[in-house]
Design a protein around this ligand. Structure first.
Ligand SMILES: Nc1ncnc2c1ncn2[C@@H]1O[C@H](COP(=O)(O)OP(=O)(O)OP(=O)(O)O)[C@@H](O)[C@H]1O
Length: 121
């Protein structure tokens, strides 16, 4: 297979992964909803270019980490479905990474949005 073909094939598989996550994963749909709400708030509250960059980076960080977390969970379930302390440790650390970035993203969103909401009141 030539390089150009394999590049498009890899792109196609990655796109299928994104589709699978947003359509069939409960957390994927929740994160997609939160991302759409954030973007809508950005338009309504007229955020600046730099604020858009920060918000989009937060959205990308949270969603991509959640995708990796979902993949790790699936791998764990395939390798060892029954209870195992190491699986617990792996899943907890993976979920903790998502929680950490999510909390920081909420704080960043609050820093950007709250003053703009206050101005409207
Ligand atoms: N096989 C296992 N062995 C030990 N602990 C597990 C195991 N499976 C799940 N757990 C524990 O349960 C928690 C939740 O795991 P689970 O796989 O249900 O993920 P989740 O956060 O509920 O994600 P989702 O909502 O996507 O299913 C883990 O963080 C871990 O503490």
């Amino acid at each position: 297979m030539n390089k150009k073909r394999s590049f498009f094939k890899a792109f196609y598989h990655a796109w299928k992964g994104i589709q699978q996550f947003f359509l069939h994963d409960r957390n994927g749909r929740i994160h997609l909803g939160a991302a759409i709400a954030t973007v809508m708030a950005g338009f309504v509250l007229h955020v600046s270019n730099i604020e858009w960059i920060v918000l989009l980076l937060c959205i990308a960080a949270v969603i991509s980490l959640e995708m990796i977390n979902a993949a790790i969970e699936k791998l764990c379930d395939m390798v060892h479905e029954a209870y195992h302390p190491t699986i617990k440790n792996i899943k907890d650390i993976s979920a903790g990474a998502v929680l950490l970035v999510s909390i920081i993203s909420v704080v960043i969103a609050a820093i950007i949005f709250i003053p703009k909401i206050m101005e409207l009141l």
